[in-house]
Design a protein around this ligand. Structure first.
Ligand code: NAP
Length: 338
């Protein structure tokens, strides 16, 4: 795109949700006067078709997401949409008009910028909304299960928050790789998780959770831990000593503490930390291999088109509050043009 054409575009204003404080999603405000962003080096300008809502968005509204933006900022980071502009220095750029899914800054808006290196084309025949989750929820679940979790056929995998965005992907994938799945979720979401193939779905608040998981499984081989404070102790105690792995990638209920003393004397499990953005940054070839595997999973029909609940942009603050309260099922998304 010509430079003066791009300058012309940045003069135009866009509808966007702007976070004005660190007091949570209630301070997310719909605005119409933000300048359309301009793509920098290595970036695409995307006309957002659908923006994914993630638990990380909630954390960012409180300023608790490490490395996240400081208020005021245009919220959201995951989106799918059409490439309408490109900055310099993109290796083998995709054509303008290509629809892609990826992460960047300011996704809860009609236009956003995205680093070109991390995007994937929206699969043929899929809408933008159907492709959400591909490079975030699925890549995170896949990384947790395979390279970090070393999942094997016949093993028992414990998935917490199994009805959520990452959770549903993890249950589907674990079943695909031949594992038995034990899950936790709020009672109203149990049927969703069962339908994905989980053997048992338990309420994470039941007082005998650890005993019941151990009774059902005889010990868990791999635990996907994203709830933190409310489940971490249970995760450590039900995972098999020495051979068992606990992959930690979130703390929706708050941080939990583990000491060296705990590891030496009580919890003899392998603990692995995961942040998908950090993995993409520090292990780019491993990240690329995850994206290649996801494309294969799409081709095999293991990864079906997503079915996010799509909301108008103005409903974003309310949906984030529901996500924060644990009241959502599955993936939610915003349509910035509604
Ligand atoms: N490290 C990474 O790279 C990475 C990437 C993506 C996501 N994540 C993490 O993965 C987790 C899932 O993310 P998501 O976007 O797919 O969200 P989500 O699972 O759709 O929503 C979070 C779920 O966590 C459960 N939860 C348990 N205790 C909670 C509490 N005290 N407050 C709120 N929720 C609670 C709730 O499910 P139940 O009510 O059914 O228990 C809630 O629906 C989050 O912890 C997120 O930060 C990490």
């Amino acid at each position: 795109m010509e430079i003066d054409q791009q300058q012309q575009m940045t003069k135009q204003t866009v509808r966007a949700l702007v976070q004005r404080s660190h007091r949570g999603p209630k301070d997310l405000t719909l605005t119409t006067d933000r300048r359309r962003p301009a793509p920098g080096a290595g970036e695409y300008l995307i006309r957002v078709g659908a923006a994914g809502i993630n638990f990380a968005d909630v954390m960012q509204t409180y300023g608790t997401y490490a490395g996240g933006p400081q208020a005021p900022y245009v919220a959201g980071f995951e989106a799918a949409g059409e490439i309408v502009g490109a900055g310099p220095d993109i290796e083998t750029p995709l054509r303008l008009g290509t629809h892609v899914v990826g992460v960047g800054s300011g996704a809860f808006a009609q236009y956003m910028t995205m680093p070109a290196a991390g995007v994937l084309p929206v699969p043929a025949g899929w809408s933008d909304a159907q492709a959400l989750g591909l490079v975030l929820n699925w890549a995170t679940a896949l990384a947790a299960l395979k390279p970090l979790g070393e999942i094997k056929t016949g093993e028992v995998v414990l998935v917490h928050a199994a009805a959520g965005g990452v959770g549903q992907a993890a249950v589907r994938l674990a079943r695909h790789y031949g594992a038995r799945v034990i899950a936790t979720a709020s009672p109203a979401k149990h049927s969703t998780v069962k339908a994905l193939g989980a053997e048992e779905v338990l309420d994470r608040t039941r007082p005998d959770l650890a005993t019941e998981i151990t009774r059902l499984t005889g010990g868990v081989d791999l635990t996907l831990e994203s709830v933190g404070q409310a489940t971490f102790k249970t995760s450590l105690s039900v995972t098999k000593p020495f051979a068992g792995r606990v992959v930690v990638f979130g703390a929706a209920s708050g941080d939990a503490v583990l000491t060296t003393h705990d590891l030496v004397f009580t919890h003899h499990v392998q603990i692995k930390g995961l942040h998908i953005g950090a993995l993409a940054l520090h292990q780019p070839s491993l990240y690329q291999s995850l994206l290649i595997e996801i494309e294969a999973l799409i081709a095999q029909g293991v990864y079906p088109p997503g079915t996010p609940q799509l909301h108008p942009l103005a409903d974003g603050p309310a949906v984030l509050q529901q996500l924060e309260a644990g009241q959502t099922h599955g993936k939610h998304a915003l349509d910035p043009w509604r």
